[in-house]
Design a protein around this ligand. Structure first.
Ligand SMILES: [Zn+2]
Length: 177
């Protein structure tokens, strides 16, 4: 049932046909997302399952994953993170219908019957999944460098080289003597 990804889709028709897709989209096809990234090279893995629920709402369940290079806001160096988004979107043809949607859905407003660019839908979801403040998970800068970055750097260096031993280490060395 898995098929190649079309560039443009008619989401309601796909839902009526219960189609599933498994494919890839170039990151470089997502310029708005790429603006937040260090590089636009990469492939987004895309899983889509279109269907209609028991009360007749057309929906799509999507899973999008891509390794992206993004600049850490602490050390300003690029790092690679896995960006992923899961979504459950119900298609609505009018804003008035949004309030009536079951709670598990996010609305996907289709204002015309024109075909929709699939990469744009995936891009929107990935933009929402971007970390607010991208940072390495480990301490990529010493913590005191962050708070005292404008202080005399020689002073900071001296502090770091001359770390006082913990009281426990001192105690245990005393016991050994
Ligand atoms: Zn960093």
């Amino acid at each position: 049932m898995h098929q190649k990804l079309p560039k443009e889709i008619d989401p309601i028709r796909l839902a009526q046909n219960g189609l599933k897709y498994d494919g890839q989209i170039l990151l470089s096809d997502m310029p708005r997302l790429a603006k937040s990234l260090h590089s636009d090279s990469g492939l987004v893995e895309v899983l889509l399952a279109f269907d209609i629920d028991e009360i007749g709402t057309p929906y799509v369940k999507g899973e999008f994953t891509v390794p992206v290079s993004i600049v850490c806001e602490r050390c300003m160096l690029p790092m690679t993170i896995s960006l992923s988004a899961n979504c459950l979107l119900a298609m609505v043809v009018s804003e008035k219908l949004i309030d009536k949607l079951a709670e598990q859905y996010d609305p996907w407003l289709l204002e015309s019957s024109e075909p929709v660019l699939l990469s744009k839908v995936v891009e929107d979801e990935l933009i929402l999944a971007l970390p607010l403040v991208p940072r390495h998970t480990d301490a990529c800068l010493p913590s005191d460098a962050w708070s005292t970055i404008s202080d005399d750097s020689d002073y900071n260096k001296e502090q770091e080289d001359d770390k006082p031993e913990s009281p426990f280490a001192i105690l245990s060395s005393l016991k050994k003597q």
